[in-house]
Design a protein around this ligand. Structure first.
Ligand code: AMP
Length: 152
């Protein structure tokens, strides 16, 4: 089982912005920018190749809707959609996930530095900051409230 399986089972804390039969979306515990969300299939596999096409499409659609909600709720301007699709691509949790990383303007140097740091695997050495849970939960509730309907 992956750490994301434990989150989905409720055995570890998570701040959810979306849950359906096929996938969930929750706040990243070490956000690259404020409001960073992960979209994760319930099926526990490491790479996109191991999902069927319908589920891949569903994940990308949920990620797109999360971006809409972040812009509406947090005032972000745009977002990165990032997949580290396997260990050789610096994936640290072997369970498919789409990072939805909001951008706010004037944040290029800081964000790109943090992205490079993340992909270099240095971020994996950081200990999760559980003391930030209240802030993550507050952000999750704002994003969840702004999630558009399917197709919206
Ligand atoms: P990757 O390097 O693409 O595998 O990204 C894994 C992501 O999972 C990182 O951004 C971590 O901060 C995030 N992560 C790890 N553990 C947790 C957790 N318990 N709750 C939320 N996000 C997590």
């Amino acid at each position: 089982m992956t750490i994301f399986d434990h989150l989905m089972a409720g055995a570890l804390p998570a701040s959810f912005v979306h849950q359906d039969e096929e996938c969930v979306a929750f706040m990243d515990i070490n956000p690259i920018t404020r409001g960073h969300v992960l979209v994760v299939p319930r099926k526990s596999v490491a790479t996109l190749d191991e999902l069927d096409a319908d589920l891949r499409g569903h994940l990308w659609e949920v990620a797109r809707r999360v971006g809409v909600a972040q812009r509406q709720a947090l005032g972000s301007l745009a977002q990165h959609l990032l997949v580290n699709d396997g260990k050789g691509a610096s994936q640290t949790v072997p369970h498919v996930h789409i990072h939805v990383i909001p951008r706010y303007g004037g944040d290029t140097l800081r964000t790109v530095t943090r992205l490079i740091w993340h992909i270099s695997l240095l971020a994996a050495k950081r200990r999760p900051r559980e003391n930030g849970r209240d802030a993550l939960e507050a952000l999750a509730q704002r994003i969840a409230a702004a999630m558009p309907a399917t197709g919206g």
